[in-house]
Design a binder for this molecule. Structure first.
Ligand SMILES: Nc1nc2c(ncn2[C@@H]2O[C@H](COP(=O)(O)OP(=O)(O)O)[C@@H](O)[C@H]2O)c(=O)[nH]1
Ligand SMILES: [Mg+2]
Length: 207
């Protein structure tokens, strides 16, 4: 897929104000600092589209970016921010879970994982939650340029093994770098393929 246009549409704090679910949508999510904004900018080849390195954990916004006037990238607030209070964490859970669980046009959740790290409990728990809800997701390993491919492969193997403790099949995964554009063509092709089969879901208009 060639990205011809990418524009910011809206930031939402309320699920009720999202754009109508008439276009295929892909949600990007992961721990704060995993490289989510960088990855989104890399995919659409637009440097400032998603802001990078903002103070993490502060805003709870769902950002919609409209790509090729045909599909949405959704930037979700990062999880696992160490300094967030219990109340903040609970609020995050409810907000994000409601969006993921209810969004009719959501096609796939892109779960970002830092390829330099050993499997993290919070990432595995999130994958398990997606599995319980029957939501389709893929793993996107980030920052692969920061280490040898051997090290990346080792961490991916460990993550897969950990996932297989609860899943019958390991989810599909991509290895990426926002610095070198590794994984860009593969992710865009993956999205393009799903877009081709998209039919507008039945939904209740909010007038
Ligand atoms: N070397 C390298 N650094 C990256 C990559 N992706 C993100 N970063 C850096 O990691 C930090 C966090 O990235 P950001 O995109 O803001 O993460 P977010 O909090 O998940 O949105 C920034 O300093 C980025 O420059 C990558 O693929 N390679
Ligand atoms: Mg960010």
């Amino acid at each position: 897929m060639i990205v011809k246009s990418a524009e910011f549409i809206c930031s939402n704090t309320q699920i009720s104000k999202l754009p109508p679910p008439v276009k295929p949508e892909y949600a990007f999510i992961g721990r704060s600092n995993v490289g989510k904004s960088s990855l989104i900018n890399m995919l659409v080849a637009k440097k400032g589209l998603a802001k990078t390195s903002q103070t993490p954990g502060k805003t709870q916004l769902i950002n919609h970016f409209y790509i090729n006037e045909n599909w949405y990238i959704v930037d979700l607030p990062g999880y696992g921010y160490a300094r967030a209070s219990k109340t903040e964490k609970a609020k995050w859970d409810k907000f994000i879970h409601t969006y993921l669980d209810k969004r009719e046009s959501l096609q796939c959740v892109m779960v970002l994982i830092d390829s330099r790290l050993e499997p993290q409990k919070i990432d595995l728990e999130f994958c398990n939650w997606l599995g319980e809800k029957g939501l389709s997701f893929v793993l996107v390993f980030t920052k692969a340029d920061k280490q040898s491919s051997i090290k990346t492969d080792q961490n991916i193997a460990k993550f897969k093994k950990a996932v297989l403790a609860t899943f019958e099949e390991a989810p599909r995964y991509f290895v990426t770098s926002s610095e070198t554009q590794l994984g860009r063509d593969e992710i865009l092709a993956f999205i393009d393929n799903i877009n081709k089969d998209f039919v507008i879901p039945h939904f209740e208009p909010r007038d």
